[in-house]
Design a protein around this ligand. Structure first.
Ligand code: FES
Ligand SMILES: [Fe+2]
Length: 335
C-alpha cells in the first residue's frame, strides 16, 4: 500500500471518487486522466452509457486516450493501434481482420452517477464496492445547473474532509462566529453527518450583511462530501459538493461544485440583480457563490498543502470531534 510521505497515511483510501461530470463527458465523449494513481479513460456512447476503464488496450497495450488516437465511433471505443472496438460493457465486439477474441476485455471500474456527476470505485487490492453513494436525486427544476471549479495541490482526502468536523478552524481561518453544533455527530458505517450553525458579517456588493448559515455536511467516504446550506438572512438554499480525488500519491484534485435554489423572493435586495429574470439571476448567484466558496477553500488549501499529518494530535476542548472522525477514517484503510 503506497503511503504518502507527506501524510504518513496510505495515499489512496478506499471509496468512491469523482471522475467527471456527465455534461463534460457528453461534450468530450472520451477523457483520459490520472486518478488514484491509475491511468484511466472515461467514455460514453450516444445512448449515454458510461464506461470507466484502464487506459490501456487489452490487445497489445496501446493507450486508448484521445491524445494517443483513441476515439469513440458509432458508440464504440476504437483502439488506435489495430482497430479493436469495445462496447461500454468493456467487451471487444469487433476487429478489422478477424473475429473479436473473447478474452479481450477492458479492465473496468465500477461507476455511480449522482446528480449528473460520475464517480468510480477504488477498492483496496481491487476489491468491489463496499457501499453505494446515495441514489440519484432529481433536483426539482428550481435548482441551477452545477457549476464546477478544480483546485490541484499536494494533499490528502482525509485532511480535506476533516474540515467538516473541525469547528475551531471555521472560527479561526474563516472568521465565523457563533459556531454551534446542532446535533451530535452521526456516524453510520461509511456515512458521517455533521450539522452546525454559524454566522459572519460579509461584504456583498458593498453592503455589509450578516450571514446566518445552517450547514449540514454529509460525508460518503473520504472522496465525497455534500454540504447543504440554508442561509437565513437572504433565504438562500445552496448545495456545496466537495470531491477530493488523489491524483498520484502527492497531489489531489479538489472539485468544488455548487448549485443554488431559485430565489423568487429574496429577503434582502440583491444588488443590481433585481431586474434580471429569476433563472438567469439564480445562475449568476450560483457563479458568485462558487467564486466566494473557492476563495474560502483557498484559505484551507494554503494550510493543507503545507501541513503534515499529525498522527497523534494534541487536541483541545474546542476541537469538536476530530478523534471520532479519525476513528471513522480507519475503515477506509483495510489492511
Ligand atoms: S493494441 Fe489495441 S487493438 Fe491492438
Ligand atoms: Fe475550511
Amino acid at each position: 500500500m503506497e503511503v504518502s510521505m507527506l501524510n504518513q497515511i496510505p495515499s489512496f483510501p478506499e471509496g468512491w471518487y469523482f471522475v467527471t461530470s456527465r455534461k463534460n463527458l457528453l461534450e468530450k465523449k472520451l477523457i483520459r486522466k490520472i486518478w488514484m494513481g491509475e491511468e484511466i479513460i472515461v467514455w460514453c456512447n450516444d445512448a449515454g452509457d458510461v464506461c470507466v476503464a484502464d487506459a490501456f488496450c487489452p490487445h497489445l497495450g496501446a493507450d486508448l486516450g484521445p491524445e494517443s488516437g483513441g476515439r469513440v465511433r458509432n458508440g464504440r471505443l476504437v483502439c488506435p493501434f489495430h482497430g479493436f472496438e469495445f462496447e461500454p460493457g468493456g467487451s471487444c465486439v469487433s476487429t478489422p481482420f478477424a473475429p473479436p477474441p473473447k478474452t479481450a476485455k477492458l479492465k473496468l471500474y465500477d461507476m455511480w452517477e449522482m446528480n449528473g456527476m460520475i464517480f468510480a470505485w477504488w477498492g483496496i487490492n481491487g476489491r468491489p464496492p463496499q457501499w453505494n453513494l446515495p441514489e440519484h436525486q432529481k433536483s426539482k427544476g428550481d435548482w441551477t445547473d452545477l457549476a464546477f471549479e478544480t483546485i490541484r495541490f499536494p494533499g490528502h482526502p482525509q485532511e480535506t474532509t476533516e474540515n467538516s468536523v473541525d469547528l475551531a478552524h471555521l472560527r479561526y481561518v474563516h472568521g465565523f462566529e457563533n459556531v454551534k453544533r446542532m446535533e451530535p455527530l452521526k456516524i453510520d458505517g461509511h456515512y458521517l453527518r455533521s450539522h452546525f450553525e454559524l454566522a459572519r458579517f460579509q461584504n456583498v456588493g458593498g453592503l455589509k450583511i450578516q450571514l446566518n448559515v445552517c450547514a449540514k455536511a454529509e460525508i460518503y467516504g473520504l472522496g465525497v462530501s455534500n454540504v447543504t446550506i440554508h442561509e437565513r438572512s437572504i433565504d438562500m438554499h445552496i448545495k456545496f459538493y466537495m470531491f477530493t480525488t488523489p491524483v498520484d500519491g502527492k497531489y489531489v484534485d479538489v472539485v468544488l461544485a455548487t448549485q443554488v435554489r431559485q430565489l423568487r423572493k429574496p429577503k434582502r435586495a440583491i444588488i443590481g440583480m433585481g431586474f434580471l429574470p429569476v433563472s438567469f439571476r439564480t445562475s449568476l448567484m450560483n457563479r458568485l457563490v462558487l467564486f466566494f466558496h473557492k476563495k474560502e477553500v483557498m484559505d484551507d488549501v494554503f494550510i493543507w498543502q503545507n501541513k503534515r499529518y499529525a498522527t497523534q494530535p494534541r487536541l483541545s476542548k474546542s476541537d469538536g470531534e476530530i478523534g471520532r472522525y479519525r476513528r471513522y477514517c480507519r475503515q477506509f484503510y483495510p489492511s
